[in-house]
Structures are given as structure tokens and as C-alpha cells.
Design a protein around this ligand. Structure first.
Ligand code: ADP
Ligand code: ASP
Ligand code: MG
Length: 433
């Protein structure tokens, strides 16, 4: 009988070193009897390290290769910690091949297209982590097939933010992955990466591995999808920012999509739609306490939610006003939004006044934002305020809002039914002379 497929996703923290990888393998052994498809991110902070390699590609190629070698060394050290002595040759050879391909790209490519170069290099992180984890699983007698995500996740050529070609991806996954799982072999693939029609590598946006798991879940008609994190489940706020947080046991797809849309860092915002569309139950579970219940996300959850706080840092407010004191009219707004679309800049919050229009955006890509502002300034006056926070509270209570506003100046505020949003900055410290 055909078994139902479960899709698991392990993020960077869960595979950050040899000890963490051993823990992942322990979890996978708990599900030995299941039909599993596993998505894995790059180890620890590898993606950040590779971003430095990419930066150096445009400045100094020699330094770029040196930084690449440092990434390789780090992986080889974890391999030495993970595998038994004298059993590392095969995996070391695979690592050398993958790193060699990127080194060759660095030395030979003259491309000036930042986003294209980014994807060709940054994808190495997931290729390395999955190569190591798959080899270790096989050594541990868990029959595992390394699957190349680039041959299954097909996108357009929007480098760094590939748009999924669902028809092509579905075809590839049905042909390549389904038969494998039916044979009782576990499939293991890279999060975050895919490829365009011309086979060049693309990526799905930072933190995109959750989305990869959702794409595979959708195309494999998975029975469920679980993402394994360093937290017990979805909490009422980011535990790095707030002390008193509680786990939410059950969330509706709608509530989960709202939270991630407003910037809750625990799940990538594109993850919920595909699993909602096929009504696939999703779990957020702890790799530290794998037997814990975690958070369930699904349809028909009729919960009474506590206040949920989402804080997005690095916000920039642009106050765009007409140069001649005329009202901000529809044709101005239409023009402004065309520019936001052109520079792929998401508007997190906006407010319209007589002669000005204020928007809050994330300061993610400095270059894109600078170009956007330069173009806006040709037509409008633009006042820029940086280093702000966007705080969103769902199901808010008055007391929570009061606490959040302490020592803050509120620049923009908006309330819509159960949601309140505020753009804030710290009250400047008044130092006595
Ligand atoms: P991954 O290893 O899959 O990349 P992330 O580090 O991206 O995982 O996401 C897990 C982190 O998200 C947690 O360590 C936590 O600090 C943060 N986080 C932010 N908001 C929340 C929230 N509401 N609930 C749980 N974790 C949250
Ligand atoms: N490794 C990628 C990143 O750090 C993707 C992911 O971890 O989801 O952004
Ligand atoms: Mg992550």
C-alpha cells in the first residue's frame, strides 16, 4: 500500500554543527517507518558567510576565493567531527567538487549582475549541508537519496526572488521524487534554491527554505508538513525580544498568514498559501524537544488568541509630498506604486494626508532603496527617517499597547479590527550637561 508522505524541514540552527546534525538524525530515526521527504537549510550562518564571498566577487576576486575556502574549511571541520575516522574520503570529495565549481565561477565569470552572481554562489550553502547530512544518514543505515532541488523547483529568472513555475515544478517532482519515496527511500533536498529554464541557479529569498518545504508538500500531496525549530512552537512574540511569551497551540491558516505577513520571523511569509490551498496540516516543532506537541496550523481552528506581537526592525519611513502644495491625488499614488513595484519594495504601512503620503518599508536592500528614493525625488519632496521599528499587535489589549509605547515616539499608527500597527522610534535620551 502507498504510504502517506510527510515533509520535514530543518533550518540552519538545527544543522549548525556535528552535534546538531546528530540530533537531526536522532529525530529522523523516530520516524523510520514513515515515508519522509526532508528539506535542509545551509548550516548555521553559512549564508551570511557566502554573502561576504559575493560582496568580494565584485571588489577583489582573490579575497572572494579566500573567503570561499574559509567556508569550505568550516564544513570540513564539522565533517571531521561527525564521521568516523577513515570514512570521510567520499564526502570530502563531494565537497571539493561543489566548492571547485563555485571557485571556477568566481574566477571566470565577468558578470556585473549582482542578483545573478548572488544566486550562483549563495546556493553552495544548501548544497554542502545536504551533501553532508545525506552522507551521514546513509552511514547510519538510513537509506537516503540526495535530491537536487534545482532539478525540481523551477522558477522564472528573477534572481534572489524566483517566482515558482508551479506547472513545471509539479511535473518534475511527480517524475523525480514520488517514485523514490514509493520505493521506501528517504528523499533529502536543499531549501531555498531552484533553477530557471536555462538551468542557471535561482533562490527564493532569504529564509526561503520553509517555502521550499511547502512547495514540495503541495506537489507531493503530503499528509503533513513539519518545520523543526529551536523554539517549542509559534510563540506570542519573538523570545529574543520579549521575556514573557507563551506558545500558541493551534493557529488557523489565516492567523498564521497574517502573522508572517506582518513580519513574524518564525515562518517565511510565502509558506502558508500552498499548504492552505491543499489543506495540508502543518506543525512547528522543537528540535530540542522533539516529543513536544509544537504548534498546529490548519483549517477550522476556532481559537481565542492571546495578543500576538510582531516587531520588524530596520524600518524606513518615507514622507512623500508634492512640490507645489497640490493634493496627493490618485495619479500620484498610482505613479508612486509603480516605482515601488519597479524596485521590488514591499510597503509595510501607509498613510495618506492632504499634500503628503507616508510609507514604511524595510531597509533590506540599500542599493534598491537609494535608487527608488532618487527616482521619487525627481517628482516629489521626500523626507527620510531611518532606524525605525514597525510593531504589529494582533488581538490587542490596551495594557499591551501601553507597555509597547513606553519610551517610544509613535510616528504612524493605524487600527483595523483586531490589528494595531505603529511605526516607532526610541525617545532620545536627554543627557544632562
Ligand atoms: P530556521 O532555523 O528554520 O531558519 P529561524 O531562526 O528562521 O529558524 O526561526 C526561528 C526563530 O524565530 C526563533 O529562534 C525565534 O527567535 C524567532 N521568532 C520570531 N518570532 C517568533 C515567534 N512568534 N514564535 C517563535 N519564534 C519566533
Ligand atoms: N540559508 C538561507 C538563509 O539563511 C535559507 C534558509 O535558511 O531558509 O536565508
Ligand atoms: Mg532561518
Amino acid at each position: 500500500m502507498e504510504k502517506n508522505i510527510k515533509v520535514f524541514k530543518f533550518g540552519g540552527a538545527s544543522v549548525k554543527d556535528a552535534t546538531a546534525i546528530r540530533n537531526v538524525v536522532r529525530i529522523l530515526k523516530m520516524y523510520k517507518k514513515e515515508s519522509l521527504f526532508v528539506v535542509v537549510s545551509a548550516m548555521g550562518k553559512t549564508t551570511n558567510a557566502l554573502e561576504k564571498v559575493i560582496h568580494a566577487f565584485f571588489e577583489n576576486k582573490e579575497e572572494s576565493v579566500q573567503l570561499l575556502k574559509a567556508v569550505e574549511k568550516q564544513h570540513l571541520e564539522e565533517v571531521a567531527n561527525l564521521f568516523k575516522k577513515n570514512s570521510t574520503a567520499a564526502v570530502e570529495k563531494d565537497i571539493a567538487k561543489l566548492v571547485g565549481e563555485v571557485e571556477q565561477f568566481i574566477n571566470n565569470s565577468k558578470s556585473k549582475e549582482y542578483d545573478f552572481v548572488y544566486d550562483q554562489i549563495v546556493s553552495l550553502g544548501e548544497l554542502l549541508s545536504t551533501t553532508i547530512v545525506a552522507a551521514y544518514l546513509n552511514q547510519q543505515k538510513i537509506s537516503t537519496q540526495w535530491v537536487d532541488a534545482r532539478k525540481n523547483i523551477k522558477t522564472d529568472k528573477t534572481y534572489r526572488e524566483g517566482n515558482i513555475d508551479w506547472v513545471a515544478s509539479q511535473k518534475k517532482i511527480s517524475k523525480n521524487v514520488k517514485p523514490l519515496l514509493q520505493k521506501g527511500v528517504m528523499g533529502l533536498t536543499q531549501g531555498f534554491i531552484g533553477s530557471a529554464k536555462d538551468k542557471t541557479t535561482t533562490t527564493l529569498g532569504r529564509e526561503g527554505s520553509d517555502f521550499t518545504a511547502a512547495i514540495f508538500s503541495y506537489c507531493l500531496d503530503a499528509e503533513s508538513m513539519s518545520i523543526w525549530k529551536d523554539v517549542p512552537g509559534i510563540l506570542t512574540a519573538d523570545p529574543r525580544l520579549f521575556k514573557k511569551v507563551e506558545k500558541i497551540d493551534r493557529l488557523s491558516y489565516k492567523e498564521a498568514i497574517e502573522m508572517t505577513y506582518y513580519g513574524a520571523k518564525v515562518i517565511h511569509p510565502k509558506t502558508i498559501k500552498p499548504i492552505q490551498n491543499k489543506n495540508i496540516p502543518m506543525y512547528v516543532k522543537s528540535f530540542v524537544e522533539p516529543k513536544g506537541e509544537g504548534t498546529f496550523i490548519g483549517a477550522n481552528v476556532d481559537a481565542h488568541y492571546p495578543p500576538v506581537v510582531v516587531v520588524e526592525k530596520s524600518q524606513v519611513m518615507l514622507q512623500i509630498s508634492t512640490k507645489d502644495f497640490s493634493f496627493v491625488a490618485e495619479h500620484h499614488l498610482s505613479f508612486i506604486f509603480q516605482l515601488f513595484t519597479k524596485y521590488r519594495t514591499k510597503v509595510n504601512m501607509m498613510q495618506n494626508m492632504a499634500i503628503s503620503f507616508s510609507v514604511c518599508v524595510t531597509q533590506k536592500d540599500e542599493e534598491r532603496l537609494t535608487k527608488l528614493i532618487a527616482e521619487l525625488k525627481k517628482t516629489f519632496n521626500v523626507v527620510i527617517e531611518k532606524e525605525l521599528e514597525l510593531i504589529t499587535v494582533r488581538h490587542y489589549h490596551k495594557s499591551v499597547i501601553e507597555q509597547l509605547k513606553k519610551h517610544k515616539i509613535v510616528l504612524l499608527e493605524e487600527r483595523i479590527r483586531q490589528t494595531i500597527q505603529m511605526v516607532v522610534k526610541d525617545v532620545p535620551v536627554m543627557e544632562r550637561v
